[in-house]
Design a protein around this ligand. Structure first.
Ligand code: KIV
Ligand code: ZN
Length: 512
């Protein structure tokens, strides 16, 4: 048995099943690149049969990523498997993940199938997937509530059919750690050909036990954990990648496997990227990636840490990617310094044109803000990427009047499909007026579901980072924008979301 724990990230698939967390193709590629940089072993990029957009996103990730294995999800149906096979054609290393439900309630009420027919369909699916790749994963959905003997039978059959990983999902987050760990240990012991595959686990967090259950499974022989950045995922989410990785890495005295191959300094940047793209903010006290995760408030703790950091710290903030947010550049920094610092941060541009566009933004920001921090640079890069997404609607100008005792008013100028248009509106506040002014031009028929603002760095001259979530005909999109003026940042985020609404994502859910 290999000593290395395989990290299977499903932020782009199960994470995306969180209501409101849908991602565009380009956003998925950006997150996949960040995961690749962390050296995540397997990236589940989506469910290609769900829609043309999902297919294109999985294909784009498969084409862009070279070092991680790219996986696509398929129900145990020929059409799903063929679609994944097609989407993964360009991948350096491809995996097909096929699943069918095995719990009595799912088989009877959802599938309306007898157990023998489910087993037959699972075997057929694995054989079909093997035609495309020799890296095939099978999941008995709702394994956590399935009959143990039936699980043994179906796992033995799919391993014989060619599955190379068998994944045991606690789909509804019902299990508790000792029970789930025993389930994994007992399956490995009882399934006669269990030595031919990697045992994996996929735990949901309905009882807040996803990480504990996954780690208990690892202690009982699981060698792959499926997890997501920030614990994003269906309902209460999945096991969080950062917690799994840092638990195994920090407690090498109790785990007999390693995560040494991962670059843990990429954890915080990756968490921020996912939070920024999805609009799902990270709670301050979230382990590893919350802003307070390494903050010592009490005097006694601060005193102890100053004397010896190990008195109250079991991990070092910098080891998971918290940086001191260095002031690196200013108004007089040139293109070379700008490019050099971005390269140090691991950012490269596809073309010289993109670098130039980012440099113009940098100069503009340096005029408004004396100290440019690493996080400001990251925001400039994000903004440059967003600009490319805004294909149909662009912000030309915004004027907002806000005065004590007066109703705020906004005048907006937009470029819509190459034509300049102007709109004006009053509003309850300057942001409300700006959004209403945009709507007088666009008349989009969308409903605002989320509006959130956070500051990128500290200080009143900090850039505000805004996420706007819009809903139209059941399709949900997130838009982002950043600026030192938060009303302008808000307008940018709203416009970015409108551009995405114009390319609606119409998708099927894998588990219904
Ligand atoms: O939770 C679950 O059962 C899943 C499967 C598709 C693995 O996400
Ligand atoms: Zn799941």
């Amino acid at each position: 048995m290999s000593n290395q724990l395989i990290i299977f990230d499903t932020t782009l698939r199960d994470g995306e099943q969180s209501p409101g967390a849908s991602m565009t193709r380009d956003e998925k590629v950006r997150i996949a690149k960040a995961l690749e940089k962390m050296h995540v072993d397997v990236i589940e990029a989506g469910f290609p049969i769900a829609s043309e957009g999902d297919f294109a996103a999985v294909k784009a990730v498969a084409d862009a990523i070279k070092d991680s294995t790219i996986c696509g999800l398929a129900r145990a149906l020929d059409k799903d498997i063929d679609r994944v096979g097609e989407a993964l054609k360009g991948a350096n290393s491809a995996r097909i993940h096929t699943f069918i439900a095995t719990s009595p309630i799912h088989m009877k009420m959802k599938l309306r199938m007898e157990p023998d027919a489910v087993l037959e369909q699972a075997v057929h699916a694995v054989k079909r997937a093997r035609k495309y790749t020799d890296n095939v994963e099978f999941s008995p959905e709702d394994a956590g509530r399935s009959d143990f003997d039936f699980l043994c039978r179906i796992l033995e059959a799919v391993i014989d059919a060619g599955a190379t990983t068998v994944n045991i999902p606690d789909t509804v987050g019902y299990n508790v750690p000792q029970q789930f760990g025993s389930l994994i240990g007992n399956l490995i012991e009882r399934v006669p050909n269990s030595d031919k595959v990697v045992f994996s686990v996929h735990c949901h967090n309905d009882l807040g036990l996803a990480v504990a259950n996954s780690l208990s499974a690892v202690m009982n022989g699981a060698r792959q954990v499926e997890c997501t950045i920030n614990g994003l995922g269906e309902r209460a989410g999945n096991a969080s990648l950062e917690e799994i990785v840092m638990a195994v890495s920090t407690r090498q005295d109790v785990f007999d496997c390693t995560v040494d191959h991962l670059d843990k300094t990429q954890i915080v940047p990756c968490s921020r990227l996912v939070s920024n793209i999805t609009g799902f903010t990270v709670q301050p006290n979230k382990a590893i990636v919350g802003v307070n995760a390494f903050a010592h408030e009490s005097g006694i703790h601060q005193d102890g840490v100053l004397k010896n950091r190990e008195t109250y710290e079991i991990m070092r903030a910098e080891d998971v990617g918290w940086s001191a947010n260095r002031m690196v550049l200013g108004k007089h920094s040139g293109r070379n310094a700008f490019r050099t610092r971005l390269t140090e941060l691991g950012v490269t541009f596809e073309s010289e044109e993109d670098l130039n566009a980012a440099f113009v933004r940098f100069k503009d920001l340096a005029d408004k803000k004396h100290e440019i921090f690493d996080d400001d640079l990251q925001a400039i890069v994000t903004e440059t990427n967003l600009e490319a997404e805004n294909e149909r609607v662009k912000l030309v100008g915004l004027k907002v009047c806000s005065e004590t005792g007066e109703t705020p008013n906004a005048v907006i100028t937009l470029n819509v499909d190459g034509e300049e248009k102007q709109g004006t509106s009053d509003g309850g506040g300057p942001v409300d007026a700006a959004f209403k002014a945009i709507e007088t031009v666009m008349n989009s028929g969308t409903e605002l579901q989320l509006y959130s603002v956070s500051n990128i760095t500290s200080g009143t001259d900090s850039q505000g980072e805004v996420t706007v979530r819009l809903q139209k005909n059941g399709s949900i999109v997130n838009g982002q924008g950043a600026d030192t003026d938060i009303v302008i940042a808000s307008a940018k985020a709203y416009i970015n979301a409108l551009n995405k609404v114009m390319e609606p994502i119409d998708r099927q859910h894998p588990q219904v």
